[in-house]
Design a protein around this ligand. Structure first.
Ligand code: G3I
Length: 383
């Protein structure tokens, strides 16, 4: 994670210098200066505006920030009514060895949420990524089923009754693997257990925690492009097949990692996803919203922020048009901590500058994306 000083150094340029007086203010004063005195807490918070429409709103939480950063904790409690751990419920964090579990960070997050009246999403039970170092040499065709079932019973059981929802299976569709059903055959879970691992995970999750809403979660399914369309069709076909086979499934998670600059829109894509989920009686959650601004040409941060906010606005206007979407979560809170700034992998066009994909700036001052979210909630129908 970056300190504010490092961030300012990297941000560079005239806009960073112009921002210095604001960064030096206390948070409250900075907010007042930034938005002409509009309240952003209490009745002005994201969660109050969302709740007025029957919506949950939240964010992915970085465990280090939750532990070490009091301003971060304050911001979470002020703004959100649901949280999801960014990493600490993944196998690589939870399972230091094949025999042991480390629940410290996940327990802290759940306790924090309980103390502040927030709901929690579990992310995730089964994914092809974020597996621990010992996994490949230990888990095989003979014991994979036992590992998967034991993991879900242990983790799901520990938080039984405390989870709003669980991403039971994450990102199981990957068209480039070439299967007609679109399943990601390169996933270690698929390779060890075949396509049945998905149903097994959902059935086990229901046993472990009967009240959590069991969710299938995936990305790059929102846009109107042919590629996204193929993936979307495969996701919806998977969900249809699961429902036909009476697999316990309650919700579709649309990750929503968006791009500030894109040739394609998302109106048709989002509508198809929501209508498809609705036809199956599923709830819909926007689970990982953020806007990658690497391709924005201008270096002017004010302009960049406006462009990002416009994407938030049009995406949420589309997604919240009907009553199906019940929760909107961003993947992180502030530009101080976003996976898009982990190394330069997602800063190919502008490696020298940090991305600004989230509603709060690195100093936890609400940016245009915050107001875009709040306005979109206000304009949504009550659900
Ligand atoms: O904590 C270590 C640190 O000690 C070490 O120095 C550093 C060196 O690389 O790595 C740090 O861990 C990284 C961790 O993020 C915390 O920043 C891991 O390498 C990195 O792989 C991990 O990435 C996470 C990624 O999932 C893989 O688990 C991202 O934070 C997280 O935002 C991302 O989230 C995923 C969702 O789960 C699923 N949907 C896509 C989304 C974005 O990729």
């Amino acid at each position: 994670m970056m300190t504010r000083r490092e961030w300012m150094r990297q941000a560079g340029g005239v806009t960073a210098i112009a921002a210095i007086p604001q960064l030096l203010c206390s948070r409250g004063l900075a907010q007042t200066a930034a938005n002409g005195g509009q309240a952003i807490t209490g009745a002005g918070s994201l969660k109050d505006h969302a709740a007025a429409r029957g919506l949950l709103t939240g964010c992915a939480v970085n465990a280090n920030l939750l532990r070490d950063d009091e301003d971060f904790r304050k911001l979470l409690a002020e703004q959100y009514n649901i949280v999801v751990p960014e990493n600490c419920l993944k196998w690589n964090i939870l399972r230091p060895t094949a025999e042991t579990y480390n629940f410290a960070d996940a327990d802290s997050l759940v306790a924090f949420a309980e103390a502040n009246g927030m709901k929690v999403r579990g992310h995730n039970f089964v994914w092809h990524e974020a597996l621990p170092g010992w996994f490949a040499a230990t888990v095989n065709r003979d014991n994979a089923q036992k590992f998967l079932v034991d993991h879900i019973h242990t983790v799901g059981g520990r938080y039984k009754g405390k989870m709003h929802s669980w991403d039971v299976v994450n990102e199981a569709i990957w068209i480039p693997d070439g299967r007609p059903d679109g399943l990601r055959s390169s996933s270690p879970w698929f390779q060890m257990l075949g396509p049945g691992y998905i149903d097994l995970a959902f059935r086990t999750a229901r046993e472990a925690d009967p009240t959590a809403l069991l969710t299938y979660n995936d990305y790059s399914i929102e846009y109107d492009s042919n590629d996204a369309g193929r993936k979307r069709t495969a996701v919806l076909a998977l969900l249809r097949r699961m429902k036909a086979d009476r697999v316990p499934l309650d919700a579709l998670g649309i990750q929503s990692h968006l791009h500030a600059i894109s040739k394609e829109g998302f109106s048709r894509g989002v509508r198809e996803l929501i209508d498809g989920a609705k036809a199956l009686g599923l709830q819909v959650f926007i689970t990982e919203l953020d806007v990658n601004d690497d391709a924005v040409a201008t270096a002017d941060m004010t302009e960049r922020d406006k462009i990002v906010a416009a994407v938030y606005r049009s995406y949420l206007t589309t997604a919240l048009d009907g009553p199906e979407v019940k929760a909107v979560l961003t993947w992180g809170v502030s530009d101080k901590n976003t996976w898009l700034n982990n190394g330069t992998k997602f800063r190919k066009q502008h490696p020298e500058r940090l991305q600004r994909p989230l509603p709060f700036d690195p100093d936890y001052v609400p940016g245009p994306a915050f107001y875009a979210m709040r306005d979109s909630f206000d304009e949504a129908k009550k659900r």
